[in-house]
Design a protein around this ligand. Structure first.
Ligand code: ZN
Length: 151
C-alpha cells in the first residue's frame, strides 16, 4: 500500500466512523458554516472549561473530505488547551494552503496529514477547512460569551 492509498484509507475510515459526531450540551459557542461550491454544511458547538476545549460536537452533511476532516479535527482539538487547538488550526490551515508542497508534520497533525494531497485542489481545500472554520468561529463566540478577549 503506498502513501496515497494509506491516506485514502484514513480519510475513508473517518468518513465512515466519524469521531465525536452529534450535537451535545453544554456549549458556549455555536457556528454554522456552509460550503456552497460542494454543498457541505456543518453545525458545530464548542464547550470551553477554563483554558481547555472540553467538548467539540458537530452535525454535518456533505462530501467525504468535509466529513472526514471534521472527525480528524475533533481528535486533534477535543481536550486540548485553547492555545494548542488554535495552533493546530493554524498548522492545518497552512498545510491546506501549501498547494501540494507540504507533507505536514505527522507528529503534530496526526491523521490530518492524510489531507496533504487535498491541498492541490482549491475546490477540495474548502471542504477540508469547513469544520475548522466552524471550530474557529464557535470558539470566538464562546470566548466572547465568557468575557475572555484573547481568542
Ligand atoms: Zn465537499
Amino acid at each position: 500500500m503506498n502513501l496515497d492509498e494509506l491516506y485514502q484509507e484514513v480519510i475513508l475510515d473517518h468518513y465512515k466512523r466519524p469521531r465525536g459526531a452529534g450535537l451535545r450540551e453544554p456549549y458556549e459557542g455555536e457556528s454554522h458554516q456552509v460550503n456552497p461550491t460542494c454543498g457541505d454544511e456543518i453545525t458545530l458547538r464548542v464547550h470551553v472549561e477554563g483554558d481547555k476545549v472540553a467538548d467539540v460536537s458537530y452535525d454535518n452533511v456533505g462530501c467525504s473530505i468535509s466529513k472526514a476532516s471534521a472527525s480528524v479535527m475533533y481528535e486533534l482539538v477535543n481536550g486540548a488547551t485553547v492555545d494548542d487547538a488554535l495552533a493546530k488550526l493554524a498548522e492545518f490551515t497552512e498545510l491546506m494552503n501549501s498547494k501540494g508542497q507540504s507533507e505536514g508534520d505527522e507528529e503534530s497533525l496526526e491523521d490530518a496529514v492524510a489531507f496533504a494531497g487535498v491541498s492541490k485542489y482549491p475546490m477540495r481545500v474548502k471542504c477540508a477547512l469547513l469544520g475548522w472554520k466552524a471550530f474557529q468561529d464557535a470558539l470566538i463566540r464562546a470566548e466572547a460569551s465568557s468575557g475572555r478577549t484573547n481568542a
